[in-house]
Ligand binder design. Structure first.
Ligand SMILES: [Zn+2]
Length: 275
């Protein structure tokens, strides 16, 4: 019979703050910063704040994995109902438009489902109510892989303040993965709903300023662009092609150990393997 105190010790060890030897530069768990593994047959959940977030930052990876046979699902916390500077814009109509645009983008990418939690745009807070909502989704869907925004990015350089919804969404998603979705005794009301604990095996943070893995998206870049252009209410007359090409090329150039056969365009992530 297992001594319950042994289990407790295991949990305590897992929950300790990161030790000095496990720094961001610790690469013992990985052989290469290039993600080449196939995600065929894996269930992938992407959590974003607004329709179009994923298309800008990581849709090349989504398109690649979906084409390989991954089972990809999107969850958008808001429907982007503040995403207009038109004085005549109606937030309810705008939300419906943006949900439709997101569904079309997802179809282009090969994403199987898109869900919206109905949070108000620009009002997302990483509180326990949101964390429980995300734990509920994770325990229902049981993803192998989760993508969310890097919650540590509050600003970049002197010209970019990150949207607070992006920070809050990343924080809530990461806190839902670890430890709440995993832990039986957290949110017992979810157990009462029949939702058993679930461990997510891999996490990719998009928009990371200190990425440690790179995905070659050269073969899926055009699909990414087509999906981004589906967000017509946000694109207006602007063609994002040049900007996305430049971003993706610069990302590939920052790969610290690029294999000879690595393509021209990449997306990068902060990566965690949690088993
Ligand atoms: Zn956004």
């Amino acid at each position: 019979m297992t001594d319950p105190s042994d289990q407790r010790d295991q949990f305590d060890a897992a929950d300790q703050p990161v030790q000095p030897e496990h720094t961001e530069t610790d690469t013992r768990e990985r052989e290469s910063p290039t993600i080449t593994a196939s995600y065929a047959g894996k269930r992938v959940l992407l959590i974003q704040a607004h329709p179009d977030d994923a298309e800008f930052v990581c849709a090349g990876t989504i398109a690649r994995w979906a084409k390989e046979g991954a089972d990809v699902h999107y969850l958008s916390l808001t429907s982007g109902d503040k995403g207009s500077s038109d004085p005549a814009a109606d937030p309810v109509k705008l939300a419906a438009t943006r949900e439709a645009e997101q569904r079309q983008a997802a179809e282009i990418l090969g994403v199987r489902s898109v869900a919206f939690l109905g949070y108000s745009d620009a009002m997302v807070v990483a509180d326990l109510t949101l964390r429980r909502e995300l734990v509920r989704v994770i325990r229902r869907l049981k993803p192998d892989v989760l993508l969310c925004m890097d919650p540590t990015v509050r600003y970049v350089g002197q010209g970019y303040i990150n949207h607070p919804d992006h920070v809050a969404t990343g924080e809530a998603a990461l806190a839902a993965v670890f430890p709440s979705a995993r832990d039986r005794m957290t949110f017992p009301e979810l157990l009462a709903e029949g939702l058993e604990p679930h461990k997510v095996a891999e996490v990719f943070l998009f928009g990371a300023q200190n990425p440690d893995v790179w995905v070659d998206i050269s073969a899926s870049l055009e699909t990414k662009l087509a999906a981004l252009k589906a967000h017509t209410s946000q694109m207006g007359d602007w063609d994002p092609t040049e900007m996305i090409h430049t971003w993706s090329r610069e990302t590939a150039e920052r790969h610290p150990d690029k294999p000879a056969d690595f393509g021209e365009f990449a997306e990068s992530f902060k990566y965690f393997k949690l088993d």
